[in-house]
Design a protein around this ligand. Structure first.
Ligand code: SF4
Length: 360
């Protein structure tokens, strides 16, 4: 009898080999500034999940983990970019800052001590939720006694099939409530990252998935969310999907369309994160969402982030939707998400034998 290989295994394999071709970044950190926040990404050897093939859309820059002795000078240089009006620092790595196999505890401790010495009142720590435990939270508490701490984690979707077959992301949604409870028990807050522009979904499915994921995250204890329109990054399976015509970048207008479906609580606490082509110099991005028909979208993003009252935010959403052309909504590909993933693997020529080994 012929064995069929789960398409998520095939995707994982192809994504792993795409990511393995990523050149190393020579910088020690990557820095970005947005809305009173400096984001510092400490370069490491890479995300362990990503290197194993997870997450078809993600490919953070990675380089070489610094030695403990090099951390103070690297962090001094990174922290010199923090402006006096910055209220918070987001510290992440090429994957997960709290993964001890990626960032050993002695190095993490040094990084945190450098941040404790700054005037910023709030520190956001970007990490996978499965790297959060009592030990890692206690370390944050010890090293950052004067700061408010927020754990920012990648949720992406609240649909387990979307996670498995569209994103190839290994998140068990059943574990999330408990992890969030643990974080809250330390007095820290949480923020869930959500994406819009998921492959293998039709346009309306993408809008619905983003809006319902934001609502789901709030219902399951997250204090806030961040919505990311997906960019296509080099050396990912998403890049191969783009070249084969299986994926097209979304139009930015999908963001306000998704936001328009949120209740007041979710609308008041959602942030947006996008790669503004005029500000972001990231040559790993090979395709971005389009602003065709909505040239005012970047102004909308800035105004939305500056407003925190849900009524003001709703007004901004109504205006951008009224002044923009709503693009054609691509219908959903046929079949279940597993069938769609299977077809995509066939079109991409991802072949494996029954022992899960790739075939040429
Ligand atoms: S999304 Fe997170 S878990 Fe997935 S590859 Fe990127 S850093 Fe790793």
């Amino acid at each position: 009898m012929k064995m069929t290989i789960d398409p998520s295994v095939r995707m994982n394999n192809a994504n792993r080999s795409a990511k393995s071709a990523t050149p190393k970044d020579s910088r020690a950190t990557a820095i970005r500034r947005q809305y009173g926040m400096t984001q510092i990404c400490l370069q490491t050897d890479g995300c362990r999940k990503g290197m194993a093939g997870s997450c078809v859309f993600c490919n953070y820059p990675c380089g070489r983990l610094p030695s403990k002795d090099d951390v103070p000078s690297i962090m001094d240089e990174a922290l010199s970019m923090v402006e006096s009006e910055d209220r918070s620092i987001l510290i992440g790595s090429s994957g997960s800052l709290l993964d001890p196999l990626e960032v050993p505890e002695d190095i993490l401790r040094k990084v945190l001590e450098c941040i404790e010495g700054t005037d910023c009142g709030k520190v956001l720590v970007e990490t996978r939720l499965d790297t959060v435990d009592e030990q890692s939270l206690r370390l944050l508490q010890e090293c950052l006694p004067g700061k408010k701490i927020e754990i920012e984690f990648g949720l992406e979707s609240s649909n387990q099939d979307v996670l498995k077959y569209c994103l190839n992301k290994d998140v068990d949604l059943r574990t999330i409530d408990k992890q969030i409870e643990l974080i809250h028990s330390f007095g820290f807050t949480t923020s869930a990252n959500v994406i819009i522009g998921t492959p293998l979904l039709g346009t309306e499915e993408q809008i619905r998935d983003a809006a319902s994921t934001i609502g789901w995250a709030m219902d399951h204890g997250a204090d806030s969310t961040v919505l990311f329109p997906v960019n296509v990054r080099r050396h990912t399976l998403l890049e191969s999907m783009l070249h084969k015509g299986i994926y097209a970048p979304i139009n930015h207008i999908l963001v306000p369309l998704a936001l328009s479906g949120l209740d007041d609580r979710a609308l008041a606490t959602v942030s947006l994160s996008w790669a503004d082509p005029n500000q972001i110099d990231d040559d790993c991005i090979i395709a971005r969402p389009s602003d065709d028909g909505c040239p005012g979208i970047y102004e909308f993003y800035n105004s939305f982030m500056a407003a925190d009252d849900p009524a003001d935010r709703r007004g901004l959403i109504s205006s951008i939707l009224a002044e923009s052309a709503i693009p054609i909504m691509h219908s959903a590909p046929k079949g279940s998400l597993m069938e769609r993933a299977e077809r995509a693997c066939d079109l991409l020529g991802i072949r494996m034998n029954e022992d899960n080994l790739p075939l040429p």
